[in-house]
Structure formats: structure tokens, C-alpha cells
Design a protein around this ligand. Structure first.
Ligand code: GLY
Length: 293
């Protein structure tokens, strides 16, 4: 477990690749994930500094992580108990305080892209049949997220390992905050179980702060984690004070989760109560500020 705090001054990108327990069979899981996060964060910062729309940057980063089978999101997601993958992704634009999500989609390559499209719709949280119907209407890539490795894990009943959910929190140089989270869920869960990532407990942003959570979704929902952290910042607490209390509460309750968070002034917080969490903090001026080993 760990809690870290700092401040960035330009555009900022925080990414996590999950706070699952480390799989003893693959001790390099976290370092491999961190390397991929570093590459994605560096690309995102470059795009932000070049003036690309931050929402586009957010979906590009999430799409890239969803396409990387080492993460439990998009391609390579964990299978539920019936052998199906059901993907969830949420996006929140802090400036508009607008949340959108897709829940339990099996045949959408990049659920984060569909969640982003829903930002401008009147129905902003969709599950099936609507989510898959809309994806076809928008001609988004259709794909199974099954990979041989995950199917083998399911057949052998190997529990979901070190890397679960992926998340991204962006702050532009002007202080606009955007958040996105994408997940394949816990693995082996009851079919149709809803992940915290598709709720405001797992993904939340406002003009005050943005948070993406990872770990045991039921505990994240029980604690209303992301929206609770944001509320404390909104009510005048510093992110450090809010993050520290959330961390202490999580430890006291023996929770197994983690999060990345940013506020409008560039203060950041990364914390987890699990054995490990892959994450990076990237500053537009200084480059890599922090990353899991
Ligand atoms: N945090 C991912 C999940 O529990 O679904």
C-alpha cells in the first residue's frame, strides 16, 4: 500500500493500469504495465502541448490501453463466470460536469470511444441492447475482446492478476480536468455484474478535481470513492487532505482499491491499499514525475 502527493504546473496526465494484487507467477507485471503507461502518458502530453482537444487526447490514451492485451480493459479483458467478456467504460468532462458510460458490452473494441460519444446525447449511460446498437450505428470497430491468454486463465480458473482497470486523469494547462476509466471487471463475476468504473464511485470529474479508481468495485461503490473525494475538494479541502482521509478510511476498512486524482491547481494524488498499482504522473514541463516501478 502507498499514498503519494505532489504538484504539477503545466498540462498533466495521470494514468493507472490497475491495482489488482500482483500475480506471483509474473512478478514483472507492474513494471511492464508501467512502461506502457509511460509511453502513453508521454504521447498524451505531447498532444496536449500541441493544442489537441483534451477529450480527443483522453480517448486516444484510453483506446491505446484498451488495445494492449496486458490490461484488463478492451482487448484482453477478463472473462465473467459464463465465459463472456463484458466491458465497461466511463468518461467525465469536469468543465461540463458531464458523466457518460457504457456498461457490459461484449463486442465493442473501444468502449471508451462509445462512452465519449454519449457525452453529447440525452441518454448518457447505456447498457445493452442500446450500447451495441449505437456502436453499429456509429460504425465503431466491432471486435471480440477475448484473447487466448484470458480464455486459458478462465479454463484453468486463474484469478484476475496484477493489472485490472485502466484510468486516465488529464488537466490542461488552463486547469480543465477530464477523466476516463475502462475495465473488463473483476473476472469470474456473476454474468452482468456492474463495475464501479461505470458509476460516479469509480470515475468522477468537476472543475475542482478528477478521480479514476481501480480495485474491488463493490468496495469502491460502498465507499462512493471518487465522488466523495471530489466533494471534499469542492467543499474546500486540499486534495492532499481529502486523499489522506480517503486512504486512512480505506486502510481502516481493509479495502482493496486504489486511485489517481488531480485538482484544478495541478495537485495530484496516487494511492492504493493493494499490493501494487501501476501508475504514472506526467508533467507537461518536467516529463515523468512519478511512476510505479
Ligand atoms: N474496478 C473494476 C471492477 O471491480 O469492476
Amino acid at each position: 500500500m502507498l499514498e503519494l502527493y505532489g504538484q504539477c504546473h503545466g498540462s498533466t496526465v495521470l494514468l493507472h493500469g490497475g491495482a489488482g494484487g500482483q500475480d506471483p507467477k509474473t512478478p514483472d507485471t507492474v513494471s511492464k504495465a508501467t512502461a506502457a503507461l509511460k509511453t502513453s502518458a508521454a504521447e498524451a502530453i505531447k498532444a496536449l502541448n500541441a493544442g489537441l482537444d483534451p477529450m480527443q487526447v483522453l480517448t486516444q490514451v484510453l483506446g491505446k490501453l484498451e488495445d494492449d492485451p496486458q490490461f484488463n480493459a478492451g482487448t484482453g479483458s477478463a472473462l465473467q463466470s459464463d465465459g463472456q467478456t463484458r466491458l465497461t467504460a466511463a468518461i467525465m468532462d469536469g468543465a461540463r460536469q458531464s458523466f457518460s458510460a457504457v456498461i457490459s458490452c461484449s463486442y465493442i473494441k473501444n468502449p471508451s470511444l462509445l462512452a465519449q460519444h454519449l457525452q453529447s446525447e440525452s441518454s448518457r449511460v447505456l447498457t445493452n441492447p442500446g450500447a451495441e446498437l449505437l456502436a453499429r450505428k456509429l460504425r465503431l470497430p466491432v471486435a471480440s475482446s477475448l484473447t487466448e491468454a484470458r480464455v486459458n486463465d478462465w479454463v484453468k480458473k486463474v484469478p484476475e492478476s496484477g493489472c485490472d482497470t485502466v484510468g486516465c486523469v488529464i488537466r490542461t494547462a488552463q486547469g480543465r480536468i477530464l477523466v476516463g476509466t475502462s475495465t473488463g471487471g473483476r473476472g469470474f463475476e456473476f454474468p452482468g455484474r456492474v463495475s464501479d468504473s461505470g458509476t460516479v464511485a469509480g470515475t468522477y470529474a468537476s472543475k475542482f478535481a478528477g478521480i479514476s479508481a481501480t480495485g474491488i468495485g463493490e468496495e469502491i461503490v460502498d465507499d462512493g470513492l471518487a465522488v466523495r473525494l471530489e466533494t471534499r475538494c469542492r467543499d474546500g479541502w486540499t486534495l492532499e487532505k481529502a486523499g489522506r482521509l480517503a486512504f486512512n478510511e480505506a486502510v481502516a476498512l481493509k479495502r482493496l482499491y486504489g486511485w489517481i486524482a488531480l485538482d484544478a491547481e495541478g495537485f495530484w494524488n496516487a494511492a492504493y491499499t493493494t499490493a501494487a498499482m501501476s501508475f504514472v504522473v506526467f508533467d507537461g514541463k518536467k516529463g515523468l514525475v512519478h511512476g510505479s516501478k
